[in-house]
Ligand binder design. Structure first.
Ligand code: 6PG
Length: 244
């Protein structure tokens, strides 16, 4: 693996398996060093790269027993659909990772998608406050990144990028994509560790825009990670890193 200089966090390039192993190592390290008042929380995410990581973890049984024993799992953004939908990030995380690893249901924390979005966001804020403690979103937050440089459900021009009211989590309608529940910019700054995974040549242009393009958070949302760069690690394979 090699490191690529960036103002947006540590960028580590390597093969898929090296990066997945590094993701496990980073999470286990954060778990071992956790000192906060709450329980250890790990937010998973949606998208193709994280899905490949979950399948890899389940197949290879790579998550350390110490992490599996007491981690509380959630997702950093969610569509307003039932968990049974294959559009549900938490539903997919359950099917691909939590069920195969037999994580008990009392350590699974989905967004309350059966409720109207405002109430669902409020209930989730209360749950995470109890789990993580005040001022903390998650101990570890996994993210993917879309071709339009969105991360979590923070899409270009989304109002939460301009003003999230200082809240860690929110809900909003995203034109063309429906209602989304998501960690906010304030929430991202309140995570202990953020791991962004982007694999494949299809991510090269978006990574270039974030790390090497002009500053424009409103149109390149992943650039907001610069505000917490000391806690961000990007895991990218060589095809994705081609333009960095
Ligand atoms: C989602 C995600 C989103 C995703 C990116 C990357 O719900 O879809 O939270 O932010 O991680 O869109 O997805 P791909 O890896 O599929 O491109």
């Amino acid at each position: 693996m090699r490191e690529i200089p960036s103002d947006f966090g540590r960028v580590i390039a390597g093969t898929r398996d090296e990066l997945f192993q590094e993701a496990v190592r980073l999470t286990a390290d954060a778990h071992a060093k956790r000192t906060g008042p709450g329980v250890f929380t790990w937010a998973l995410t949606g998208g193709s790269t994280p899905a490949a990581f979950y399948a890899w973890c389940a197949e290879n049984k790579t998550l350390p027993e110490a992490v599996l024993r007491d981690t509380h799992f959630t997702v950093s953004d969610e569509r307003h659909v039932l968990l049974s939908s294959n559009e549900s990030n938490f539903g997919n995380a359950e099917r691909q990772l939590l069920n195969p690893l037999s994580v008990p249901t009392d350590r699974r924390h989905p967004w309350m998608v059966a409720w109207p979005v405002a109430e669902a966001a409020e209930a989730y804020r209360k749950t995470m406050l109890i789990l993580s403690g005040p001022g903390r979103a998650y101990d570890v937050c996994f993210l993917g990144m879309g071709d339009d440089c969105h991360t979590a459900s923070l899409f270009p021009q989304t109002p939460l990028l301009k003003d999230d009211g200082g809240l860690l989590f929110g809900g909003q309608e995203v034109p063309g994509k429906g209602w989304r529940l998501t960690i906010t910019p304030t929430g991202l700054r309140a995570c202990g560790l953020i791991v962004v995974m982007a694999l494949g040549a299809g991510k090269a242009e978006a990574l270039h825009r974030v790390h090497r393009g002009p500053a424009d958070v409103l149109n390149v949302p992943s650039q907001l990670l610069k505000t917490c760069a000391d806690r961000v690690v990007w895991l990218v394979d060589e095809p994705a890193a081609a333009r960095l």
